[in-house]
Write a protein that binds this ligand. Structure first.
Ligand SMILES: [Mn+2]
Length: 375
């Protein structure tokens, strides 16, 4: 069923306001760097600037125009939903089509995204556009995308809403004898039924000792009572990701798991409490990490405390010991401390937190107390 927004955009040649603000910021960057245009090759960035989610597309942004280089598979969608951008159904290779735009728009300096352009693509661009016209740039959109606008926040909140509802449903569906794969499938099914476009990444479900493996792939083992069940998952909603981790048990946690659960919960709360604009990213990590260190588990928490979420499941800013910079209003970050005991099990808890003007807002509100973890 077409959404409200779609029908409003039908055949509209007016740029949606929220996209126009994003485009202006990019154009400022282009002007500041004394280029005439930016070639966008990262599909996520194309979506960010135009709302067009299609694959195999490149895009050229100049001061006056935006040209999406796509192909006929996407023509109907582009004409119907994204008529505010110029689209070209390409006949030649992408770099040859870029060369045509460069010529047509009299572009002398074309900035391109060094972080997403392969060496082969750069060589082809050099051949067709001319090496002297190319300027490699890095980081522009990553930095811009770290600060979410109201429209993005709405979509992230929607993804989080689906994620949480799906998890609540799962609590009553999860039964001894189910496999990790079945639990993951049920959760992803719940999210889809609640309106998600899919999971924001492949769902992690680990039973028992498997819960200590950070990026575990669900397997065929069957759930037993009193085993920790680590579930790390998220919903994708119109391109935007949510991310959450909880640990459940049918019955009771063994003593060691209950012990690390309490420590991780405290570390998570301390990390979230510390979030406000101007605080060093590394400081947030160390506040949470110190609690785990003091409890004697420093070596059992190997990864960073968190990361930004948005159109990518992992994006800027990173909350880690080596992260540079400070938190800024509009960023949405995960806070996800963990303690992993090989052969025994692991606990990680993760919420998504918005940096506000004066502090933060925890966008996740499912409980984390030990009693709520027991089914
Ligand atoms: Mn995460």
């Amino acid at each position: 069923m077409p959404t409200k927004r779609r029908s409003r955009n039908t055949s509209s040649r007016q740029w949606p306001k929220n996209l126009l603000a994003r485009l202006r910021a990019v154009r400022q960057k282009i002007a500041d760097s004394r280029a005439d245009a930016l070639l966008v090759v990262n599909p996520v960035d194309i979506r960010y600037l135009t709302d067009f989610p299609g694959e195999d597309a490149w895009m050229v942004v100049t001061n006056r125009t935006v040209v999406i280089l796509s192909d006929t598979r996407f023509k109907e969608e582009l004409d119907r939903d994204h008529a505010y951008a110029r689209s070209v159904m390409r006949k030649a290779t992408l770099s040859e089509e870029v060369a045509k735009v460069v010529k047509g728009q009299k572009i002398k300096r074309l900035a391109f995204q060094a972080d997403y352009t392969t060496v082969t693509q750069r060589d082809a661009l050099a051949k067709h556009v001319g090496a002297s016209k190319l300027r490699a740039i890095s980081g522009w959109l990553i930095k811009q995308r770290a600060i979410k606008d109201d429209n993005e926040l709405k979509l992230i909140r929607k993804a989080i809403g689906i994620q949480q509802k799906a998890f609540e449903q799962l609590r009553s569906q999860i039964k001894p004898g189910m496999t990790e794969k079945q639990v993951a499938a049920q959760l992803e099914y719940n999210m889809r039924c609640l309106g998600a476009d899919g999971p924001s990444f492949p769902t992690i479900v680990g039973f028992g000792a498997n819960s200590s493996i950070n990026h575990y792939l669900p397997g065929d083992v069957k759930l037993k009572k009193n085993q920790p069940i680590l579930i790390d998952f998220g919903a994708l909603y119109r391109g935007y990701c949510s991310d959450m981790t909880r640990v459940l048990v049918i019955g009771k946690f063994q003593k060691k798991i209950a012990e690390i659960y309490r420590i991780v919960r405290e570390a998570m709360a301390a990390g979230i409490d510390a979030i406000k604009p101007g605080v060093e990213l590394a400081e947030i990590d160390s506040i949470a990490r110190n609690l785990i260190k003091q409890a004697g588990f420093a070596k059992r928490f190997g990864h960073g405390l968190g990361h930004g979420i948005g159109l990518d499941i992992h994006e800027e800013p990173r909350l880690g010991a080596k992260a540079k910079g400070v938190l800024e209003p509009g960023q949405v970050v995960t806070v996800e401390p963990g303690i992993y005991l090989p052969g025994i099990g692991g606990v990680r808890l993760e919420n998504d937190v918005l940096v506000t003007k004066n502090g933060h807002r925890d966008l996740c509100d499912l409980p984390t107390d030990l009693e709520s973890a027991m089914i």
